[in-house]
Design a protein around this ligand. Structure first.
Ligand code: NAD
Length: 253
């Protein structure tokens, strides 16, 4: 209870999936939360459901001005910024490397990598004013190990992992901690879409992916949200530059 009392968080891509679960669990833990997304209807509906401790801001993370305004809007609404969850991301085109176009490659990097850069860049000043903060980058098991699919996504999640370490070093003296989280397959609209690109029977595809996790099933958005609550809290005050793997054992092999 109240592990995040007094803290203000901005969650990018907070309208659906893992980001929405983070908003719910962080508010339960006492935080005030700004949800930024490009999907205005579900984002606004979630903010209404969560009440006065939530607000919704439209922001495309690949557009620097949008991110600047989302950070400024969070501070204007709640008075400070303590936590940034760089969560917005897409899986992108699922083709082998030799078939990908430059535009397909760039689209994934613009959201998954540049979006994290913009978020961190604009969060530093208000976090310094707050006396410190916690930045949490959503990487993936695909940022730790390979798989024979979605090459631009793997590249983007590897980048985000290293960005957390560099920024951890750059801002440690400001008491700003930066960590990455590495989920296995979590049942969200992103994974539903990704499995639909494989063709064939949807239930069989889901079972096939579930069986890659030694625990025998896919994760739920809350499995990741609890990790985010922990890294955002002062209980994680000695953790920076680390990789929190939440993957049902997927990457143990
Ligand atoms: P999702 O597709 O279910 O939700 C992503 C959210 O991000 C959506 O609300 C979407 O509108 C938003 N978004 C997309 N592009 C945006 C943009 N340009 N600007 C702002 N918002 C944007 O995805 P998810 O499964 O909840 O994934 C969340 C994060 O976790 C992503 O970074 C993803 O790569 C990572 N992740 C997910 C899984 C998984 O299995 N679901 C595994 C590893 C990592």
């Amino acid at each position: 209870m109240n592990r995040l009392e007094g803290k203000v968080a901005l969650i990018t891509g907070g309208a659906l999936g893992i980001g929405a679960a983070c908003a719910r669990r962080m508010i339960e833990a006492g935080a005030r939360v700004a949800i930024a997304d490009v999907l205005d209807e579900p984002g606004q509906a979630l903010a209404r459901e969560l009440g006065e401790h939530a607000c919704y801001l439209h922001a495309d993370v690949s557009v620097e001005d949008d991110v600047r305004h989302a950070v400024a809007g969070t501070v204007a609404h709640f008075g400070r910024l303590d936590v940034l969850v760089n969560n917005a991301g897409i899986s992108g085109t699922n083709k082998p490397t030799h078939e990908l176009t430059e535009a397909e490659w760039d689209h994934v990097q613009a959201i998954n990598v540049k979006g994290v850069f913009f978020g961190t860049k604009h969060a530093i000043a208000p976090m310094r004013l707050a006396g410190g903060g916690s930045i949490i980058n959503l990487s993936s098991i695909y940022g730790l190990i390979g798989a024979p699919d979605i090459p631009p996504y793997h590249a983007s999640k590897g980048a985000v992992r290293l960005m957390a370490k560099t920024d951890a070093l750059l801002y440690a003296a400001d008491r700003i901690r930066v960590n990455s989280i590495h989920p296995g397959f979590i049942w969200t609209p992103m994974v539903e879409y990704h499995l639909s690109t494989l063709g064939g029977d949807a239930a069989a595809n889901r079972q096939g992916v579930a069986s890659l996790h030694p625990l025998g099933h896919l994760g739920e958005p809350d499995d990741i949200a609890w990790g985010v609550v922990y890294l955002a809290s002062d209980e994680a005050k000695f953790i920076t530059g680390s990789e929190l793997v939440i993957d049902g054992g997927y990457s143990c092999r």
